[in-house]
Design a protein around this ligand. Sequence first.
Ligand code: NAD
Ligand code: UDP
Ligand code: UDP
Length: 330
Amino acid sequence: MNNAIPSGGTIGDKRILVTGGAGFLGSHLCERLLNEGNEVICMDNYFTGSKRNIQHLMGNPSFELLRHDVTFPIYLEIDEIYNLACPASPVHYQHDPVQTTKTSVHGAINMLGLAKRTNAKIFQASTSEVYGDPKVHPQHESYWGHVNPIGFRSCYDEGKRCAETLFFDYRRQHNLRIKVGRIFNTYGPRMHPNDGRVVSNFIVQALTGQSITIYGKGDQTRSFCYCLDLIEAFVRIMGTDDSFTGPVNIGNPHEFTILQLAEKVIELTNSSSKLVFKDLPSDDPTQRRPDITYAREALGWEPKINLEEGLGKTIKYFEQTLSEGNYKAG
Ligand code: NAD
Ligand code: UDP
Ligand code: UDP
């Protein structure tokens, strides 16, 4: 615990707030931080997250769950903040785009205000979307990006860009200990079956015998990182000394076309699903791959789990979820 905070009530090494903690990545992070002997406060409004993701942590006396919307102020005594609250799937963040921007911007202001008052270290889950539809490939942190400010994806992209601006201005103005990680496409167990992102869509479609929906020709590329590799990067970023702020790219540098991903999923699930081609959503980035030189050098980090192994684990998870009957197709 830092000096500003009385230790009464803390039973872990540090008291850590995870916003968006009931989501896909947040739930893995809460689990990891608890395993390391910390006290974890998980804050979520359950917009896309679910209590199911963190059910197994509920009995742990070091774990506390708060239903709270990050766009409203909150007063807690904490040592570290991981700010993950924000819908990440295009389907979800475009559902209520004004709320998406508010979540990123007001959420960042509130969490930075909280970090300022408590002198907590604060990590921002930023995104490769700050590079937009990139004209530089692979993407290095020094690239400023190519983002449409008024399109359907802008609520997410510009919200996250503004959050980065706020983080760096709180650093310059108030000397906050900030850490910004730019996350590239990440997948794994606990993605919601109706999440709408490509990996969960393809696996659910393959397992339920529905057609695999390829948007556009499927020649657009993404680079997919397994969730536990990413969580390792989060923890390493938080563990850096106070001079390290990022932004640092975190993701898997192996690039695949969406068509290749579909073929891989069909092969691994042994599915007889056919491919169907649908319209490409507007502003859909044509290629994306992180340059992770900085993460390798500064964090000694790189992903360990390749696509085939990670897809295998994710397919097992969805087989289990679908067999429990909690999912309705469509
Ligand atoms: P997710 O949708 O599973 O998790 C987001 C969580 O935030 C959910 O639990 C949701 O209920 C919660 N949330 C949303 N709005 C909130 C609000 N106003 N107040 C409180 N909680 C709120 O998505 P994820 O993939 O786990 O993403 C986590 C973070 O990582 C997000 O900030 C996302 O932008 C970032 N990110 C993820 C990826 C990826 O590929 N998974 C890539 C880039 C960035
Ligand atoms: N805030 C919060 N918890 C805190 C401290 C601040 O939620 O413990 C929020 C509050 O809404 C505030 C915002 O963070 O408006 C920014 O705080 P800051 O101190 O930077 O600015 P203020 O608006 O208080 O001058
Ligand atoms: N995509 C697809 N079929 C789907 C879902 C997504 O072809 O059922 C494509 C989408 O158009 C994009 C890529 O897969 O080019 C990754 O989409 P996702 O929503 O997972 O993440 P993004 O990187 O676009 O935020």
